[in-house]
Design a protein around this ligand. Structure first.
Ligand SMILES: Cc1cc2nc3c(=O)[nH]c(=O)nc-3n(C[C@H](O)[C@H](O)[C@H](O)COP(=O)(O)OP(=O)(O)OC[C@H]3O[C@@H](n4cnc5c(N)ncnc54)[C@H](O)[C@@H]3O)c2cc1C
Length: 409
């Protein structure tokens, strides 16, 4: 090509080779990219969508501690609403209210938050490419040695010492690299959500959770405020056992609550799967690592995956940098990531998954019984995988739940 002539079929600034290629510019991928770039390694992040962070498939709730861990204050432009507590409703309507006394969480704008993560990674030196889909992996002597990307009608080969799959739940590339990320139906919740305006909430600083198999089989309905009269209103239901689609359950519930939604309008509508179990023992291959939703690293009870995905991204970045420094990116060397992640997060999430397996077997009258027996601190502890023996002891009081109690011991 003549100098001065721009090739519009090729992504701007694309090189043929990087130390690390990351598939997907969600929270896990961008966080991982930033930390690797900060250590001076070359990183390319390929994102198939035209805009990072949009459309969102998320209720957008995240803890302030998680933001602070990533170097943010919780007062950035991506924060839509500070959260200082939550309401939890049992199937019989019993209400629990937890007030933290200060802002402990936020509802963010994913389309701004995901971009901030990408801006900061780009500032650290990572190169981002939108509308660029990774369609395959390259192999050299059996080891992953790069990716094939598609940009418009064109395909390009890009070499890398390490490829990271942060492709989210719909990811296919990790499977091509030899990691079976197929999840059982029972481990995938179906989510459906509206962003609504002009609804009436008791307190826009609280999250709202509604439990009950009638309204949301093996799941819950949520209202996550994004201001005084705007909120994400959504539902997550179990992958098996539901008789209707998630949207039908949500619509029926909204129609039954005119006091909240009587005057409300839908501003945005989105749907997505949530992996709530099926943690992977081995998340690496020679020259390859999988993180975030693609590796099912979501909290199996509440379905939050931004904090978990970014934590996995941080741990993967640490191990990848060590391996690059030592010039060994074999399966054996990268397996330090498995060890680190299972010690720091996996063991805990496994306990939360066990709890999810118990909860999904409870009927509404069992949930109402628990609502009478438990206090708010118990609910917070259990959702974090703590103090599950207390729950087991309470379950034992109900003969038909004794078998379930044994799962938790
Ligand atoms: C309805 C719903 C509500 C939720 N609510 C919350 C919540 O309130 N709080 C919370 O923390 N979590 C929530 N989650 C989960 C959260 O959205 C995910 O856990 C989180 O986005 C995972 O981050 P990730 O980076 O692993 O993947 P993603 O955010 O899914 O990012 C993956 C990216 O990879 C891209 N990609 C995929 N394949 C390719 C390819 N071949 N080439 C290039 N790019 C590719 C995708 O386009 C995408 O941008 C919710 C999920 C749903 C569905």
């Amino acid at each position: 090509m003549k100098s001065g002539v721009i090739d519009i079929t090729r992504p701007v600034n694309l090189k043929d080779e990087y130390d690390v290629v990351i598939i997907g510019a969600g929270p896990a991928g961008s966080r991982c990219a930033r930390l690797i770039a900060e250590e001076g390694f070359s990183v390319a992040v390929f994102e198939k969508r035209a805009e990072i962070g949009a459309p969102k498939r998320c209720a957008e709730g995240i803890g302030v501690k998680a933001l602070q861990r990533m170097g943010y204050t919780g007062n950035e432009r991506f924060v839509a609403q500070h959260i200082d507590g939550f309401y939890l409703y049992a199937p019989n309507g019993k209400e629990f209210m937890v007030e933290y006394g200060s802002s402990q969480g936020c509802v963010v704008e994913r389309k701004v938050f995901d971009k901030f993560l990408a801006y900061d990674a780009a500032k650290a030196g990572a190169s981002f490419f939108t509308r660029t889909e990774v369609v395959d992996v390259l192999r050299d002597d059996g080891k992953i040695s790069g990716v094939v990307i598609r940009y418009g009608e064109e395909e390009f080969e890009v070499k890398a010492k390490v490829v990271v799959s942060a492709e989210g739940i719909e990811g296919k590339i990790a499977r091509k690299a030899g990691i079976d990320t197929t999840n059982k139906l029972i481990n995938v919740d179906s989510g459906y959500q509206y962003e609504m305006a002009n609804l009436t909430m008791k307190d826009p600083k609280k999250l709202y959770f509604y439990l009950g198999n009638e309204i949301a089989p093996r799941g819950y309905i949520w209202i996550f405020p994004k201001g005084e009269y705007v909120a994400n209103v959504g539902i997550g239901i179990g992958g098996v056992g539901a008789t209707k689609k998630a949207k039908e359950y949500l619509d029926a519930w909204i129609e039954n609550h005119p006091e909240i939604f009587g005057e409300a309008s839908i501003i945005e509508e989105n749907a997505g799967g949530i992996p709530v179990g099926g943690l992977l023992e081995d998340m690496v291959r020679d020259g390859f690592v999988v993180i975030g939703d693609a590796a099912h690293t979501v909290n199996p009870i509440h379905g939050g995956g931004m904090d978990e995905g970014t934590k996995a991204g941080e741990m993967a970045a640490r191990v990848i940098c060590e391996c690059l420094e030592q010039g060994d990116v074999s399966h054996n060397a990268l397996a330090k990531f498995n060890k680190l992640w299972w010690k720091e997060r996996g063991e805990k999430l496994k306990r939360v998954e066990k709890l999810r397996q118990v909860i999904e077997k409870l009927r509404d009258d069992d949930l109402n019984f628990l609502a009478e027996e438990l206090d708010v601190q118990d609910v917070i502890d259990f959702a974090g995988g703590k103090n599950l023996t207390k729950l087991a002891k309470i379950l034992i009081k109900r003969p038909k739940l004794i078998k379930l109690a044994t799962i938790l011991r």
